[in-house]
Design a protein around this ligand. Structure first.
Ligand code: FAD
Length: 291
């Protein structure tokens, strides 16, 4: 099923994100975790793509398994910045042959090695280049793109960031998924600005349940997200106790999701990080709210 069809529905729904194993030996345990999440019957599941393409073959394998054996629509991520055009075009063909219908088209993060290399020689400099190649390949994918309510860390300012986002959407994105954020007002402001800029596609907010204190600094480093005082207090109070922190983090994420639903958002994406327990608890917290 194409996700663009799913997003036309009025019912409230949750989707979950999983990531492929970093090593071959971890494959079986990751597969089991993704299957446990699939059994919760989310509206869809997205499968990330290893930066640099490390264990990228597993992205498609996991996406196909979830789709075919659990009837959950899947979204396979694909990054381009460290790839040649040949590799990317081959990957697109492989996706087609595996029946993948939805692709999240991403640039990928810059490694120090890439940062120090000659950008003129890169086959892909931005996600928009990948989106154009997918379109030109004739593949009939529903394409998603990433967006950043708190602006992308490399961007000079939000105006430019939104201008490039519009280019990405015009190139062929049917929907956008946001980077994590911990203050919903940041999302509402962002939505207002992008709608003003003429971006009309569905925007799926991405919510990251922080379930241990160590995740906090990593999440901020990765996303540059603003931590509201309410969230900081919660980490200060419960961070030393893994069980308490997990419960508090799930409650905080649940609260964010309820507020999003109450404010007219119908689809929320949860960065469930191969953790069926966290996904199940959030879903259970919303059992009377979800359609
Ligand atoms: P782009 O859209 O190319 O934007 C990157 C920067 O370039 C921005 O500052 C933008 O303003 C600027 N820019 C864009 N177009 C132009 C242009 N034409 N000219 C000049 N500047 C431009 N990483 C992974 O490795 N694997 C994953 O599976 C993965 N999944 C993700 C899912 C989501 C929802 C999000 C939000 C991020 C994900 N990432 C993933 C991280 C992502 O790869 C990084 O955030 C990366 O730094 C940017 O990717 P992008 O596709 O947003 O890039």
């Amino acid at each position: 099923m194409k996700l663009s069809e799913l997003f036309k529905r009025e019912t409230l729904s949750l989707s979950f994100e999983v990531f492929p194993p970093k090593t071959d030996t971890a494959f079986e345990s990751v597969k089991i975790a993704t299957e446990e999440i699939a059994k919760l019957k989310p509206s869809f599941m997205s499968v990330t793509y290893g930066a640099g393409g490390g264990t990228s073959r597993y992205t498609l394998e996991i996406a196909k398994n979830i789709k075919e054996n659990y009837s959950v629509p899947t979204l396979a991520h694909l990054t381009c910045v460290s790839s040649t055009r040949e590799t990317v075009l081959a990957k697109i063909e492989e996706m087609k042959s595996m029946g993948i219908e939805n692709v999240m088209a991403l640039r990928g993060d810059l490694t120090p090695e890439l940062e120090n290399s000659d950008r003129e020689k890169w086959a892909y400099r931005h996600a928009v280049d990948l989106i154009r190649d997918i379109k030109e390949s004739g593949a009939d994918f529903c394409i998603g793109g990433a967006c950043y309510p708190e602006i992308h860390p490399e961007s000079e300012n939000q105006k430019l960031d939104i201008q490039y986002l519009k280019e990405k959407v015009d190139a062929g994105c049917s929907f956008l998924t946001t980077q994590m954020f911990f203050d919903n007002n940041l999302l509402y402001n962002f939505l207002y600005k992008i709608r003003q800029a003429g971006i009309t596609v569905p925007v799926i907010p991405g919510i990251m349940p922080i379930t241990n204190a160590n995740q906090v600094s990593r999440a901020i480093k990765l996303s540059g997200s603003f931590m509201p005082q309410r969230f900081k207090s919660l980490v200060d109070k419960f961070g030393h106790s893994p069980q308490a922190m997990k419960q508090a983090g799930i409650a905080y994420a649940t609260d964010q999701i309820i507020d999003l639903f109450a404010n007219g958002i119908t689809n929320v994406h949860v960065y469930s990080m191969n953790n069926p327990d966290v996904a199940a608890k959030i879903q259970a917290n919303l059992s009377d709210i979800l359609g």
